[in-house]
Every structure is written in structure tokens, then in C-alpha cells.
Design a binder for this molecule. Sequence first.
Ligand code: COA
Length: 260
Amino acid sequence: MKYENLVLESKNRILYLTINRESKLNALNKATLEELHSAITDALNDKSVGGVIITGAGSKAFVAGADISEFANFNADEGRNLAFEGQNKVFNVIQNSKKPIVAVVNGFALGGGLELAMACHIRIASENAKLGLPEVTLGLIPGYGGTQRLTQLVGKGKALEMIISADMINAKEAHRIGLVNHVVEPDLVLSTAEELLQKIMSRSPFAVGCAIRAVNAAVTDGVNGFEVEIQEFSKCFETADFKEGVSAFTQKRKPQFIQE
Ligand code: COA
């Protein structure tokens, strides 16, 4: 597929997925969401990709939200469809990816932008990042999972304050409340993400996928996470990675895991 709103690059088994609408602060329009769906689905099926970094073009914004101009005249059915399609085709696909996906938050992460970052497994923020869910200023609420994922990440009190006040917070505060994993200088944000992702990719990819599924189960309604953990734990014992991991440990060498 030819991408008009994304730039895709691959290096050292990392797929760099840059949202490239800098003049609109990388706002997520329908075409960009469709391209994100396609790029992420392809990455999941591509054995040469071990992990993904998602970021925004330029130095001002990660993503400044869903594209407001596209939904300005929507009715309730169109609104429902927008949220349903977005959640199922992009945001949930990212959260459920067995390959690690890291958000490099290099500026404004607002509305759908923060929702995108929150769907990723890990968030590395630049010191100049500003994060928020300002939808109530538009007479809306978050629709791409923001009310749920923010509550899961920072707790109900802080999530409600951010959502109903619409206030943005800076990177330091986002780190303090657990919304981002690390905050670094703008120049270091990409290399910090690469280093962490390479470390994760050096672990058993099979086990990393199992861990993601088990942790996601903790925040999935109607699922017993402890049961899921038992199933995922048990599956690991049948894998070549488990044998290799244990052999490498006893032989005091680095394990060579199977890249999926
Ligand atoms: N949807 C559509 N376009 C957007 C956008 C969005 N979410 N966020 C920014 N843009 C566009 C602006 O309309 C502007 O386009 P223009 O030059 O054609 O007028 C361009 O991006 C630059 O934004 P601008 O507002 O001029 O930059 P700023 O530095 O003054 O302000 C923000 C930056 C992020 C504070 C401001 O753009 C903003 O509040 N954006 C909307 C955030 C939001 O409500 N997101 C949730 C949407 S559900």
C-alpha cells in the first residue's frame, strides 16, 4: 500500500511509523486511521519486524487529536461508527499486538493523539510534550478508548480531573502520575525508545506476546486475568524459546530466541 499520511521506515527490525500531517499537527483523519490499520496489520504479519515505534512528524506534535474538521457535522450514528471503527481497527489492534509498540511522544498528544499513545505498550515523552483529553471543550468526550485507558493508567480521580477539566499536563506531571514511562530531552527521545525496544526485542518474542496478553487481561472486562496468566504461562513450556532460554542460562551465554 502507498501511504500518504504515514512515513514508514525499517531499521534493525524496528518499524518506524511516523504520522505525517505536520501542517495539521498530525491530526488523525479517516485516511490516516485507515493507513494506520493497514501498516500495523502488515507489521504484525511481517517476520522482519520485531517491534514498532509510533511518532509524529516535526517537533511540535505527536498527534493533536482526531481531525475536528471531519466530524464537525456528524450525527449520533456517525459518531458511534467513528468511535467503533477507530477502536476496533486501530486502537485495540495496537493494544493487543503481540509485538511491542512504543509511542515516542514528541510534542502535543491531545485527544485521539493521547488515546493513540495510551494504546501503545510503552510511552516515552519528550520534555516539551503536552498531554490531555480536551474533548469536553468541543462538547464531546473521548471516543477512541480514552476514558478507559486513562483511568486504567492513572486511576479514576486523576483521569476524571483531566477529562472533565480538559487541562493539559506537561511531561513531568505525566511521568509523575504514571501516564508516560520515561521523560527525556527532545534530542534523546527516539534513541531512548530504540534502546528500550531493542532490549524488549532481545527477550523471547513468544514470551513477550504472552506477557502482553496476560497484562491486557487484567484490564479486560469479563476476563479472569489470573486464568489467562496460567494459560499463557503454560504455553511457554512447549516452546523452543523456553528450552533455549534455560539452556543459555545454564551454559552462561546469551539466548538466541526465535524471531517470529
Ligand atoms: N483537527 C484538525 N486540525 C487540527 C487539529 C485537530 N485536532 N489540531 C490542530 N489542527 C490544525 C489547526 O486547525 C491548524 O490548521 P490551519 O493552519 O489550517 O488553521 C494547524 O493544525 C496548526 O494548529 P494551530 O491551532 O494553529 O496551532 P497552535 O500552536 O496555535 O495550537 C494546539 C496548538 C494543539 C493547542 C491547537 O491546535 C489545538 O487546540 N488543537 C486541537 C486539540 C483538540 O481539541 N484535540 C482533540 C480533538 S477531538
